[in-house]
Design a protein. Structure first.
Length: 182
């Protein structure tokens, strides 16, 4: 994605979706602090009170050519973000042909079409950047994310049992994939 786009949510509000750049570090940290207190955070690696991400490392992450990191803005505030990262882009056996996707949307903005739009944008970037397969790891109780991926033609290819221990309970992780090109 090279240009910012305006996207109309199902509730009528128009938000801006564009790539996250090094200069967005502060806005991104504000978003992550907010999201980590949100109900959906338990489905990701975010948690309340987590330390702030390193600035230099984050900026490199945002600007890496092997990745596309996007966010949706309501005015000056980020309300959701998504990324696609090539797996081992320099390794001769991989060459970034496989890429992992992930995303989050503030609870208040969910069920408005953003997660679906994010997946479309990430898939377009994948097709334009030599990625042949998308993959995602989703916690077994994360119905919203599993259904979103399946709606976009991902299939469940496996399950990893007891991957994470959250609030006294083991969480399993479904592995989902979408072949873009054989
Ligand atoms: C998963 C997540 C990104 C979805 O974002 P969203 O903006 O609500 O998604 P959309 O509104 O575009 O919904 C897309 C589709 O996903 C499915 N979906 C979304 N939320 C759902 C829910 N609560 N229950 C069942 N299906 C759901 C629906 O099929 C929906 O399409 P529809 O509205 O036309 O029926 C959001 O719920 C979230 O941020 N969750 C917490 C973080 C997370 O789980 N991240 C993914 C980790 S792998």
């Amino acid at each position: 994605m090279n240009r910012a786009i305006q996207f109309k949510l199902k509730n009528g509000k128009v938000v801006t979706i564009r790539r996250v750049r090094a200069g967005d570090y502060d806005a991104m940290m504000k978003y992550l602090a907010k999201f980590s207190r949100d109900v959906g955070a338990v489905q990701t690696f975010r948690y309340p009170g987590e330390p702030k991400k390193d600035k230099e490392e984050s900026m490199r992450f945002y600007e890496s050519p092997d990745r596309c990191f996007i966010a949706a803005w309501d005015g000056d505030n980020i309300i959701g973000s998504a990324s696609i990262s090539k797996v081992m882009p320099k390794h001769p056996y991989c060459m970034g042909r496989v890429a992992g996707v992930g995303m989050s949307v503030l609870n208040k903005y969910t069920r408005n079409g953003l997660g679906s739009k994010f997946l479309q944008i990430l898939e377009k970037w994948a097709c334009e950047n030599g990625v042949k397969k998308l993959k995602a790891g989703i916690r077994h109780k994360n119905i919203a994310s599993i259904v979103n991926c399946i709606k976009h033609d991902f299939i469940i290819t496996g399950i990893q049992y007891n991957e994470l221990y959250i609030d006294g309970e083991w969480q399993h992780e479904y592995l989902l994939e979408k072949i873009l090109e054989k």
